[in-house]
Design a protein. Sequence first.
Lengths: 253, 337
Amino acid sequence: MRNIRAIADKELRSYFSSPIAYIIIGFFLLPFGVFFYLYLTAFVRQSMQQAQFGGAMNINQQVIRYVLQNASVIILFIMPMITMRTYSEEKRSGTIELLLTSPVTDVEIILGKFFGAFGLYVALLSATLPHMGILFYFGNPEWRPLLAAYLGLLLMGGAFVSLGLLISSTTNNQIVAGIVSFVVFLLLWIVGWFADSAGPTIGPITSWLSITEHFDDFSKGIIDTKHVLYYLSLITFGLFLTAKSVDTERWRG
Amino acid sequence: MIEVQHLTKRYGRVTAVDDVSFRVEPGEILGFLGPNGAGKTTTMRILTGYMPASEGRATVAGYDVFTHPIEAKARTGYLPETPPLYPDMTVREYLDFVARIKRVPSGERRSRVDTVMKRARIDDMASRACGKLSKGYKQRVGLAQALIHNPEVLILDEPTAGLDPKQIIETRDLIRSLAGNHTIVLSTHILPEVSQTCQRVVIINKGRVVAVDTPDNLIARLAGSETLYVHVDAGDADAGTALATVPGVTRVAPADMRPGSGMFEVQSEHGRDVRRELAREIVTRGWGLLELRPMRISLEEVFLQVTTEEAPNEPAAVGEPAPLEGGARVEEEAPRA
């Protein structure tokens, strides 16, 4: 446990002591802010019309849901930047030799790196809380669906981190790790698009595979164990394969 | 303290380390000598638990590095070929991180970091980013990192590589001062380093151990005959011929090609000291004896001999003495498994 924390601290600190963390968070907040602004102004306009004609308005369903759904796609684009360096940089610079000759297990190193990258992701998500604060200040959204949506974002991010870690562990070139992660994440997103056009057997499979599709229910405020399990098993799967990849590397030399 | 038995490491079809066995006693400094690509780094990486061996076993501080890696690693300090530094961290942050993963109790961390920074003479760079340090400082931070948890065993892969002459001397002094409290294995391809710092030498070539002994013994055993350097002021006389008549002298060769320089290399029969006879001969002839000293075969020559003539002399199996050129024998000191 101590070792995991030590490594996670180190990872997190290295993000923030270089410009990486700030660039990533900035890169995320810019489109996030644009989406937030667009959906919110649209909502305000619509609610003024509704005031004349009557009708129900729901800020959770009409703003938060869409903003966070869009955020999940931005996250997909940003995640490779967070995870690409985790292993490859250590392999390239030789610092992996320090970790592997220290009295820490492979699992501790992997979990340390996972939580380090996840920590940056949490920091990134918490940068969106002021936006939500604005909604609470001027309106009265429900906090429970919002919580469910953030839980979904955390789980989805964890799955991305875990897969990114795996990809980074297979190469000592972080550009390669970044590009491969990007392509894999992209595929995991667009595979869901085939759900409608594919037949009744393939369709559910592709939509089930899609990493962002599983976020849909969370964004509506629904916590379905099916989706929780999907993300948790994806995280475990990624970490397990990372452990295998690190071990193989060790035997191969 | 360290026991290596029949260690073999294969990368696919390439055998990097081939049946290497040796033993390091507590408090000893063992030099690991060999040309580049001889398998030094691979052996050290196996000892530190970085990679497993294909065959054989290695025990560090009483723990098998393969079956009890965590215990062995906790007692080992390792300086890899390139110091494993995180460029964004300051020296202090870096050493603090290493102390954490090397299980230094949190209460002692600060004082340990201060101690090793002082020992490695990097305290003036404590708040500098590791990536901005000069090569010499990086190397010393690497050394400090290896010492942070006060390990019983230190494994140093070319600790003086990339240092300037003054830093090399300081680093050697530091390593020597660590002996006794720590058992040290250091690799190098710089020969004087070995004779200056190590008590024992393992010479490795193409993955095989070709010699294990003290630097002095290696030199002495390989020097088949005694060679003396003589400088006489004999005027116009032919001193060389005269010296050759001294009993026990087998060969006289001019040490300087200029005629009449009076400098000679005199070889004598093995184990026979002819210095007195030579001096008497020169004095009775009325010449001036300017210099008379034994010439020692350098470790360079030993090294070249054992690493180049390996084809006719296949290294013997562990336990059997390996015959070396000049009738010298170098015993394999590893215990029989």
